[in-house]
Design a protein around this ligand. Sequence first.
Ligand SMILES: COC(=O)/C=C(\C)CC/C=C(\C)CC[C@H]1OC1(C)C
Length: 580
Amino acid sequence: MLGSFFYLCLCLASISVSVFGLKLDDLVVCPPNVGCLRGTYMKGYQVEKFQAFMGIPYALPPLGELRFSNPKVMPKLSGIYNASLAKSDCIQKNYLLPTPIIYGEEDCLYLNVYRPERISKLRLPVMVYIHGGGFFSGSAGPSVTGPEYFMDTGEVIVVTMAYRLGALGFLSTQDANIPGNFGLKDQNLALRWVRNNIAFFGGNPQRVTIFGQSVGGVSTHLHLLSPKSQGLFQAVISMSGTANVPFAVNSKPLEQARKTAEFCQIEGADNLSTAKLARALRNIDVYTLINAGDGLKFWDVDHMTNYRPVIEPVGKEAFLTIHPNKLLAKGGYRKVPWLLGTVPEEGAVRVVNIKENITLREDFNSKFDYLLQELMEWPSEFNAQQLKEKTKILIDEFFGGIHEINDKTVQGFLDLITVRGFKQPLYNAITDYVRSVDTNKYPFYMYSFNYKGPVSYASIYTQANVTGKYGVVHCDDLIYLFRSPILFPDFAKNSTEAKVIKTFVRYFINFAKFGKPQNVPPLSCCTEEILKSRPEGICDYHEFINNKQNTEGFEIRVNDKFPTNRVKIWSNLLEEMKNF
Ligand SMILES: COC(=O)/C=C(\C)CC/C=C(\C)CC[C@H]1OC1(C)C
């Protein structure tokens, strides 16, 4: 009798119910609308351990009829859900890797919550990260997006979420049959989950910062623009991606949906009603569907991003109904503290593999003018003659008139992709902002991450050994925010890199806490006058950079250098910003 009483106690204790004065097991959290979740401990980078609640379903699995449908809220879980293991990434073909293969699951709408071991009475600020990967790839899991460095501080809760990618995330018939923007709507639903449930983890739902890199940065900016995401966060960090990049919006989604169907061998793909098209596409084997995306490429893996956000017809569930460029120009969107980030060699994300793969490079060079023109994603209003002239201007400016990618021209090629894909949109996002918003009231901030360490994402983009060759490339700032054990070895605890991690993470956390950078050199407020007065630069920003002279090995300094002349060349070619 007594034995069974103790047995009962033990059972109750192990399923974490607070009875008979037993300590509540803090690895079980029970948000009333979610159900009970059992987390696990993970090892920190500097601290001994922190708590992880992984693989939490936030939407119904988007399978069968729910494929190509807006995400549906996950009903309450029964029993105690095992949240101690990360789920698979969303199924994807990763064109960023030299050999793209398909992996992941279609059932992937899960999120992860990480919190320090000791939660104070104060509700902690919450940082929700949106991963990048061109809307076709990427991972929210701890082997690439490891929260260890944030958890070392003990000061924030970190949330990462998977969202649908590629065709599954973004294919659209531009009507109610397949409205599109599922990946963004997934992110939005995950943000709603955070608002509704994060208090039960010790987080402050009124102090949520969203941050994202590359198309994760694009996504953060789109959440700022979408009325659907109003009230879900209080600060935004957009790293290496803004809503006006040339790969942010698909202007011909229905045409693309039909082509996809054709490559899936769906009969009559050209003229089926969109209802029938949707039905057929929902029935296609997922591998066939994802491989069909290869048919949309004009050369090698280009365009890398084919399935993109779309402008939806106005409706209750629409995420985006007006082109982001229009919204940005008018400034008609929410104002929250905003931190923009960039790195010097953004364009390396595409250039490195073309340059380093001899077969690819020779093939590119054999059709140089045509491929270069296509790669630029010109707006559709220009005719063939105009495009020819504009491409010539680019070849003169960036390639010194040489129609070839080689050792001499590769930096120019890199600069070209950097400016077209990232810096001109960034500069434009800023000019739009200072024109339409009172920046004394609503300031924004910017950093450039120029610290060059011993490892780089350049070595992920190619099979060749490129250590030290391409400078600080797209994604390299992530190395100092998230532990990525499947990509890079850990840095020694006493290394300069460990110090960079500490400082860079602190920079982000301070922004999340206070809405502005703290304990760093001050920046002057960016206004239209200041921007105009620096025709060869930009407003003040924080530059993280190597410094062999000081004991730290790096420093944060204020800079205002920017490739503004090349930004303006692009703005002129695109016939934008006539009077700025
Ligand atoms: C982690 O990377 C991303 O999320 C974003 C990607 C891979 C988007 C792909 C963008 C490019 C290849 C940049 C080139 C493109 O901008 C032009 C139109 C030059």
